[in-house]
Design a protein around this ligand. Sequence first.
Ligand code: IVH
Length: 640
Amino acid sequence: MPSNAAKRVRQLTKLIREYDSAYFGEDRPKVSDSTYDALFRELESLEKAYPELLDPDSPTQHVDFIFDTRFQKRRHLKSMLSLTNAMDERELHEFDERIRKHTTPEYYTELKYDGLSINLTYQNGVLTGATTRGDGVMGEDITHSARTLSSIPLLIKNAPPLMEVRGEIVIPIEAFKKLNQEGANFANPRNAAAGSMRLLDASVTKTRPLEFFPYGLGGFEGTPPKSMVELHAFLKKCGFHLDTYRKLCHSIDEVQAFYETYKAKRPFLPFEIDGVVVKLNNLELAASLGSTARAPRSMLAYKFEAAVVTTVLEDILVQVGRTGVLTPVAALCPVKVGGVTVQRATLHNTEEIERKGIAIHDLVAIRRAGDVIPEVIGIIEQAPNRILFTMPATCPCCSTPVVKKSEKQHICPNSSCEEQVIMRITHFADQLQIDGLGEKTIRLLYAHKKLKSFPDIYKLTKKDCDLPGFAEKSISQLLSAIEKSRTQSLDRLIMALGIPLIGQTTAHTLAQHFHSIKDLLHAPKEALLAINGLGPESADSISSVPDKKNIIALAALFQHPVQQKTLAGLLFTLTGSLQSLTRDEARTRIESQGGAVSALSKKTHYLVIGADPGSKLDKAKSLKTPCLTEKEFLSLLDST
Ligand code: IVH
């Protein structure tokens, strides 16, 4: 066991204890939820990897709660546990796989409200107690506050002799803002809800528009509901308010769709939510699966990514792209966003930097959503030693004087600029899916003069690759990946050439019309202009490709698969509702032509947009995924 693992476990334990005490004891979190989750998960995984480091007193085993002496302590009939978090689709599927070992599940999905978790005790239908979660075993008595909420019934008819109802106290976002305008100083709605419930003076609590949403039962004497669906009906009958944002899902894909829907609706909901909760519908089975020290095995908190965090902008670097465009890039003090450490983020161009008023050393807000490249969204605080950014007058790579094309665009006009060459080769290898030939390897081979152009890739030998940092196995894997790339499709090769203005959709169209790179590059302009969807600028761009002879020679090395006219290898994502065919029909047609339907990611080739598209459209824009209308999609299907 490395000694640094033990050291890190100690560090994490100390930090998490400190944050737990601020969060639970003072309603005043010290760090964002995403930072807390990341630290917690890091500790969990270290404890898993090195079980000898697992202290029974570790915060992963129980929450260190500091009780507020203003309140009486009360014991819950049954412990109040927490939930296991999933941060992405992969983790959702892992949960599903774990459950599938026991049953073919139906899942009940609900919103994960971000508020104060409480436990209500009813004896013969009378509300006799309300407690905060506390340390999970004991909570703080806040019965006086709970009695002021209209959404908490004081009396339930036909209730069992004894039951605990658990749920979340929330406050509308608007009410939270209003409270702060009136002089309160809550960090977020969750703290406003918790702070309002943990008051001694219930007459103040009564003035706050708090709402209780039940999500489960604790101790129960009698016959409890057998499923989440039955539980829902039972709680409703008891007089609780249940939102309509819940669903019985028959597959994990339906769960994913529920998640996507509420991720898109989240900004429009009156209350804060931080994810959805996935629960096994069958409660008897759920009970038989039991729980870990912290959380039931039958449930999962599928959390939305905390998209925004703050960090220090340490420097602004200038990156030279394959077309010579200079892009300012933020060098950030490393920060975790949604479980991933981010150190670089795009700043787009100088105009953007000015518009956002950012300077080096400032504290900035950054966003990362899904696969999208992290982005600096704005300034949080100016630094006293801030340095304003100006675009250099000469290329940072080859020192050629920079040309200002517009307020937004500065370029290095030297197409032999090393950075441009390296980035062109990187793009080429990426498009042709040459595994093992990433930017780092290309830089290494370039530095050793083994790789200076596209054709050089196909001349690489074992000896050329015999460089420090290259293992023998990875050399042979690289060489076979290069060999394999020669059978990539024509549209991928067109894309790989990096012809300005020619994106995936156009490359696909061009590959339909021309059978070789030679035909394409020799095509008269009129022939190009006759192609549906190809504008004069794109046609010009193709006609003026430099060094045609060498490109044609390179293309001669390729043996494209014969069946050009299929959707083979193309990944589609569908969003919104299609008018002329159902999603299942669309999927069948895509698959019958060799394509596939999957979740939206960097790898998606086309997003097909139906009526009322969801948030996928925004994501597609930031990923620059080509979008097809239903009509375009149908004609693509018909043309193949
Ligand atoms: S079920 C064993 N359902 O999330 C705990 N919890 O991160 C069972 N929460 O402590 C909880 N919405 O305070 C459940 N629909 C929901 C919820 C929900 C919010 C809170 C709850 C829990 C925390 C865990």
